[in-house]
Ligand binder design. Sequence first.
Ligand code: ADP
Length: 268
Amino acid sequence: MTTFDINQYRITEEPFYQAQVNEVALYEAAYAARLPVMLKGPTGCGKSRFVEHMAWKLGKPLITVACNEDMTASDLVGRYLLDANGTRWIDGPLTLAARYGAICYLDEVVEARQDTTVVIHPLTDHRRNLPLDKKGELVTAHPDFQLVISYNPGYQSLMKDLKQSTKQRFAAMEFDYASADVEAGIVEKETGVDAGLAAQLVRIAVTARNLKGHGLDEGISTRLLVYAATLIKQGIPAADACRMALVRPITDDADIRDTLDHAIDAIF
Ligand code: ADP
């Protein structure tokens, strides 16, 4: 039997995270009480980076699962596999985190079907355990285990949502794009572009975010600003980099595309 090494999930170098308000203190308090935490906010605004930073700061391993609609409870919990030596049980990421004391981060949990999501319930209340029905084992969560989920309330809410019985197991923290000067600082720090260029990129994002609900489902994320700055660092002219990284990914609508392209031309 191969032994599992949880240390591979430890984050050894500090992930840069620019705090916006008191989120570090709030999270530390929630972790100290092992409360499950929900991070809400638009895509690419820093939720995953925040969890990585906090796992590093608390010195805990972090197991991240990108959720999708085809995911089953077995993908989280584990399954029997057949190999040359017969069948053997393989723990899923949620079970590993519970058994060995990691922070388990279920990214975009709303993508998973509700019958998948309910497997987290016994881990998120006073029981803090995980029944492995197929294996006939009840895993008691390690004292360091904590469950964190991310959730983008914007675009899914019409089609998909979390059950109230799931939502009400979490303390929730709201994230959003940083204010313009803080966001420019993030782009500068992440990519090494100068402050002036970072501020120009943020101005384009602000224009696009004002179009949200008027033809755009989501604004330009901090992640895309980092991409644009990275392309510029590679030697791509700023306007081309912005079209490629900031506009083309977020819209297929010709009018919106032209509006944003003009905003770029006005800035560069
Ligand atoms: P989310 O999980 O909200 O979709 P991420 O955490 O992956 O978004 O953030 C996307 C990128 O944006 C990160 O890789 C990082 O470059 C940058 N970023 C956003 N917010 C911050 C922040 N507060 N501090 C540092 N980097 C940030």
